[in-house]
Design a protein around this ligand. Structure first.
Ligand SMILES: NC(=O)N[C@H]1NC(=O)NC1=O
Length: 184
């Protein structure tokens, strides 16, 4: 392996730099902190200046929380299945790839793959959106039991629960971009 094979880690941005960004740059940097939903970053830009990464995260949360139930479901529909077809074919975003690997979803046994696929299908059939959970905060066993348990909930509970997980994913993605020690 040459030194060029390793992607250099992006340096963490101080909040002052984030606050001075044009909306184009802001969207390009934060456009995927909520998976495939650059609209969220485009909306949150108007809340500048942010006092720190927590206040930036709060703006993303406020945006998602005020969405009607159909909007919340829409956000969930932008998420890939866990250990689904996209993961198998290498078609996930870089962020999702890392997250799914951290939960051990790339090392499922054949039986676990079958169970995951079956439960994901049942979940989507019942609710009309995919099961979403913050993979970096869970291991594969907890994900499988969570999926089975959450299948018993109502659609409205799941839309809200799913968005709470999206907010956790968003926080960890923001912490990969913004220096959490920097304050305004
Ligand atoms: N379906 C689902 O939960 N997907 C996600 N979870 C996560 O942590 N990253 C994802 O892409």
């Amino acid at each position: 392996m040459t030194k060029h094979d390793k992607k250099p880690r992006m340096s963490l941005k101080p909040i002052s730099v984030v606050n001075s960004m044009s909306y184009e740059d802001f969207i390009s940097l934060f456009g995927n902190v909520i998976e495939h939903c650059s609209l969220c970053a485009a909306a949150v830009w108007r809340d500048r200046p942010f006092s720190d990464v927590n206040s930036l995260h709060k703006s993303f949360c406020q945006f998602t929380d005020q969405l009607p139930i159909g909007g919340k479901e829409g956000i969930l529909r932008l998420h890939p299945d866990l250990a689904g077809r996209l993961a198998m074919s290498g078609g996930l975003t870089n962020e999702s790839t890392k997250e799914q690997q951290s939960a051990g979803l790339n090392t499922l046994t054949d039986q676990e793959k079958k169970t995951m696929h079956h439960l994901n299908q049942q979940y989507k059939q019942k609710f009309g959106f995919p099961f979403v959970i913050c993979a970096r905060e869970n291991k594969k066993e907890a994900i499988l039991t969570g999926l089975e348990r959450r299948l018993n909930n109502s659609g409205e509970t799941e839309a809200v629960t799913g968005v709470e997980e999206v907010k956790k994913i968003c926080r960890l993605r923001l912490l990969d971009i913004v220096d959490s020690s920097s304050k305004l």
